[in-house]
Ligand binder design. Structure first.
Ligand code: S5P
Length: 468
């Protein structure tokens, strides 16, 4: 173990200094076990040390490496000891649609989790969820290094035994014995570990925070349009937004007048209409006033800040003059929000960011979705929420609980449209964290759009009440 620790220090898998962690705090120690892939002898020593820690203690049918650093370690262990191995895909969040766990196994088999190090136990618990979702049973975890910051206790509270080849204390004592560290550094690391014990991690397996009512969200809302949206929803008992995607302007206005009483928000695609002028804009805002709903122009801006300023305020459509809400992709970077905000904020407008899309093969997922949360958190005055599909799976990353989740791809009958659209029913969308349901063809293509809108209104509202 001494030679291994000295080697880890030599290849800078264990470093001492002053390192800024992801959380923003400074640490006197930094562990980067990714580098061991470049040192086959170290990789083998590491996997052997971990095998010794777990051999004879844990019983299991298969092993699973926690992505990414532990994958080569788990592979080395599997090769040397003839173990069956599985791999977890980190990117796949919606279990079921794509395989979250790769490899062959039987439901009910036991699985040993293999990770490089444990701090709070958070990443192990994420893997535990993924393994449990495919009915694998896990009771044991093996890591190279236990940072002694509470991970062992946290894992224990989830029924998991942690086996570690090394602890931070052991590393410190070996390195100091070999004159690699001063007493001062050893003390600073001990102090840091003691001061940074991680309390129970918040994971999905724990009780989720109580869902906020629309009234509570309205009270937290920092943007006028968002407040108005929630207040309208409460007043009309409607979380329905109809996407009136018909091409005839005349038909659009007539249908909006019919379904107006049932919606909190009308979603438009102004560029599909056959006629547009200031009079049409006026008719629309009159209808919005008559039936008390907001107008969301689904323009999906996606250009640089300077261009979207003109696209939002100018041109034939002058979108900012008649819409309350617009939306944008964050592909160009946060400058797009600055540009739209320059136009909309002073006029009490709100912006939705497309965090996810309902269409098959969408690239709006994973770290892209997380980036929209970051951009939203940076613009609490103007960004009012997201176009979302599965918000419960990622919103815990957001600080702001007032934000609205508007969800397209809603139909009482599940399925698709042959062009990539994927439908969910109102109840399942609300259960996954949606606040506002966007229904297009389910309403305007129905034989009786008015009664169909009433039906979606009822289904959406009942689903919301049952979630509360
Ligand atoms: O991811 C998305 C985002 C949006 S805004 N998927 C979508 O379908 N939309 C829009 O929602 C789409 O442009 C259309 O206006 C509406 C869905 O219509 P439906 O007829 O499929 O219900």
């Amino acid at each position: 173990m001494e030679t291994l620790v000295l080697k880890l220090h030599e290849i800078e898998a264990v470093k001492f200094g002053n390192f800024k962690l992801k959380s923003g705090i400074f640490s006197p120690i930094y562990l980067d076990l990714r580098v061991i892939v470049s040192y086959p002898d170290v990789l083998r020593q590491v996997s052997e040390a971990m095998w010794k820690a777990v051999e004879g203690n844990a019983k299991f049918d298969v092993t699973c490496g926690v992505p990414y650093t532990a994958l080569p370690i788990a592979t080395a262990m599997a090769l040397d000891h003839g173990l069956k191995m599985l791999m977890r895909r980190k990117e796949v969040k919606e279990y079921g649609t794509k395989k979250a766990i790769e490899g062959h196994f039987e439901p009910g088999q036991t699985c040993l989790m293999v990770d490089d190090l444990v701090t709070s136990g958070m990443s192990v618990l994420e893997t535990l969820d993924a393994l449990n979702a495919v009915k694998l049973v896990c009771t044991d975890v093996v890591v190279l290094i236990d940072r002694e910051q509470g991970g062992k206790e946290n894992l224990k509270s989830h029924g998991l035994n942690l086996y570690s080849a090394l602890t931070i204390s052991e590393i410190l004592s070996i390195l100091s014995k070999h004159g690699k560290l001063t007493d001062e550094v050893v003390k600073s690391v001990h102090d840091f570990i003691a001061a940074n014990k991680v309390v129970k991690p918040k994971v999905e397996t724990q009780a989720a925070p109580k869902r906020l009512s629309y009234e509570e969200k309205a009270a937290l809302a920092k943007n006028e349009a968002l407040k108005r949206l929630y207040n309208t929803m409460v007043a009309k008992k409607s979380n329905l937004s109809v996407a009136m995607d018909v091409n005839s302007t005349e038909k659009m206005l007539a249908l909006v007048d019919e379904i107006g009483p049932h919606i909190c928000c009308l979603k438009t695609h102004v560029d599909v209409l056959d006629v547009w002028n200031d009079g049409v804009a006026k008719s629309l805002t009159d209808l919005a006033e008559k039936h008390n709903f907001l107008i969301f122009e689904d323009r999906k801006f996606a250009d640089i800040g300077n261009t979207v300023v003109s696209q939002y305020s100018g041109g034939v459509y002058k979108i900012s003059e008649w819409s309350d809400i617009v939306n944008a992709h964050i592909v160009p970077g946060p400058g797009i929000v600055d540009g739209l905000k320059q136009v909309g904020l002073g006029q009490n407008k709100g912006l939705l960011l497309l965090a996810e899309m309902s269409s098959a093969g969408t690239m709006a997922k994973g770290s892209y979705t997380e980036e929209t949360v970051r951009v939203a958190d940076e613009n609490p005055d103007f960004v009012i929420g997201f176009i979302s599909v599965n918000p419960n799976s990622w919103t815990k990353k957001s600080k702001d609980r007032s934000l609205v989740h508007m969800t397209p791809g809603i139909k009482l009958q599940k399925g698709g449209d042959g062009l990539g659209q994927q439908y969910n029913d109102p109840k399942s969308a609300i259960a996954r964290g949606s606040d506002v349901l966007i229904v297009g063809r389910g309403v305007y293509k129905a034989e009786d759009p008015k009664s169909s809108a009433a039906e979606y209104q009822k289904a959406g509202w009942e689903a919301y009440l049952s979630e509360l």
